[in-house]
Design a binder for this molecule. Structure first.
Ligand code: NAP
Length: 461
């Protein structure tokens, strides 16, 4: 091995180890920050190692890429946490575009002189990469509300999608079987075009609460496309990182489906939310408004209080105010618990991250399955900007569009206080019967101000 190759392989080995250890550390909140640092260090090692690649003779375009990439990446890293899903979708789109372009370039440069296995990997790379580019762009546009967030469906949609899918497979097979054929270029570029189209068609019928699942599926496709790039380029670190990314994304999709009691096929072909709002389970009545002083008395004299944060806590950035109120109650001898629903907020682990930022100890966080049996003994459940994840229709109304999605059963607590600004619906667009129950009091206002006011009022009790 020559000197630069030796350095290259050593840095790739270090990078791969850092990726594996980083991913392992991400599986627990206590070690997640360290995991992110390890993964970032791994990426830096892989980048620096690649600079020693013997095929690189001119660093000009690399420098240009570095400047362009950094000037896009740095502002993207600064988006607020609530915009993280669309930012992640854009990252998938860029990553997949890179994989797809590398595949196209390799084919244009080497043509059919590559072996059959390489051709197959290249075909998969451009197919998965291209559909991930457009799919992720559509997902980002939906999440950023640049286009309608609910599913877009039309008659015969499944048939059209099936036809495009079959077209892709046919082009792929014809191209790989006879790469020297006169029509090989036509098959290849038709495959690329159909893949871009398929990405759009795959994501437009998906919406509402299914978006997180489709995002992690796209993450998985982007990873697998990178792994295929690794096979084409003979690059070990790409194979390892892409495979880790691809399979962790796939496992995450399955876990999220489980958390929402949905099947992957249902997510991809069900068109959830297409008729949002047509079955409200007969929700109606009046909502009972409560005042800060009433709630403060309830909280101050409670034995057990459970905070149930949701997306509204993130938009209000109310995690510190929540922690301060929790501390005050604990000082008074109240048992305070924080209930975490797996899809609360807008990204997996969203609530864990926010509460960790406010230094809520990990031991005070209770998973949905652990906290639900505690609800009947809970004096006050304080819902902080959560809606879908506490919607009892998911449990009680089999016709509801979120029927079967596990919820945090706050309605079983002795008393519920909901902190929200008004009558806004949750991500799914459904009405929530919890707000009309006699056990529930609505404390209107921005979650952060309500929590700050509650903390002041508790101190006066
Ligand atoms: P949600 O159902 O989206 O409801 C959030 C509620 O917060 C709204 O009803 C809104 O009502 C209130 N709110 C917004 N800003 C507020 C503020 N500043 N102060 C107080 N309240 C505020 O939230 P969720 O219960 O956390 O459920 C998450 C939903 O997002 C699920 O449907 C899930 O499937 C979906 N999703 C999850 C992920 C993920 O990975 N976690 C990703 C994408 C989508 P007002 O307007 O009346 O204030």
């Amino acid at each position: 091995m020559t000197h630069p190759s030796y350095i290259l392989e050593a840095t790739y080995l270090i990078a791969s180890c850092l990726f594996v250890m980083g991913l392992k550390s991400l599986s627990h909140p206590d070690t997640a920050r360290r995991g992110m640092i390890m993964a970032a260090a791994g990426m830096l090692a892989a980048l620096l190692g690649t600079l020693f690649h013997p095929d690189i003779h001119n660093y000009l375009w690399i420098a240009v890429g570095l400047v362009v990439g950094s000037s896009i990446g740095i502002p993207m890293a600064m988006v607020p946490m609530t915009a993280m899903p669309q930012r992640t979708a854009l990252s998938h789109a860029f990553g997949a575009l890179a994989a797809s372009l590398v595949g196209i370039a390799e084919y244009v440069i080497h043509g059919n002189s590559m072996g059959g296995v390489k051709m197959g990997a290249l075909g998969l790379e451009v197919m998965l990469g291209s559909l991930t580019v457009t799919g992720s762009l559509i997902a980002a546009a939906k999440l950023q509300e640049f286009m309608r967030g609910t599913p877009i469906q039309f008659k015969g949609q499944h048939f059209v999608n099936l036809a495009i899918g079959l077209g892709m497979v046919t082009c792929f097979v014809l191209w790989v079987m006879d790469p020297g054929a006169a029509n090989a270029n036509i098959y290849f570029f038709t495959l690329v075009g159909l893949s871009f189209l398929f990405g759009v068609m795959l994501v437009i019928p998906i919406g509402a609460a299914d978006m997180p699942v489709v995002m992690s599926l796209l993450n998985s496709y982007a990873g697998l496309s990178s792994a295929a790039t690794g096979f084409v380029l003979g690059n070990n670190v790409l194979i390892i990182a892409g495979t880790l990314d691809g399979f962790s994304g796939f496992i995450l999709s399955i876990l999220m489906c489980k958390a929402m009691n949905r099947s992957i096929t249902n997510v991809l072909f069900g068109g959830f939310g297409a008729v949002v709002g047509t079955d409200t389970g007969g929700v109606g009545g009046t909502m009972r408004e409560v005042t800060v002083d009433d709630v403060a008395v309830q909280l101050a004299y409670a034995n057990q209080v459970v905070f149930v944060p949701g997306y509204g806590m993130a938009t209000a950035q109310a995690q510190h105010a929540c922690r301060e109120l929790g501390n005050l109650l604990e000082e008074r001898g109240v048992a305070v618990k924080y209930a975490i629903h797996p899809v609360a907020g807008r990204m997996p682990g969203h609530m864990n991250v926010l509460l960790a930022e406010a230094n809520v100890p990990y031991s005070s966080l209770w998973e949905m399955d652990q906290i639900n049996p505690e609800m009947p003994q809970t004096d006050v459940a304080v819902v902080i900007g959560a809606n879908d994840v506490v919607n009892p229709d998911a449990r009680d109304n089999p016709k509801s569009l979120i029927a079967g999605m596990p919820i945090i059963e706050v309605d079983k607590a002795k008393s519920v206080v909901v902190l929200k600004r008004g009558k806004g619906k949750g991500f799914s667009g459904l009405e929530n019967p919890l707000f009309f129950k006699s056990v529930t009091g609505m404390l209107y206002g921005d979650a952060k101000s309500s929590l700050v006011n509650l903390a002041q009022a508790v101190q006066k009790v």
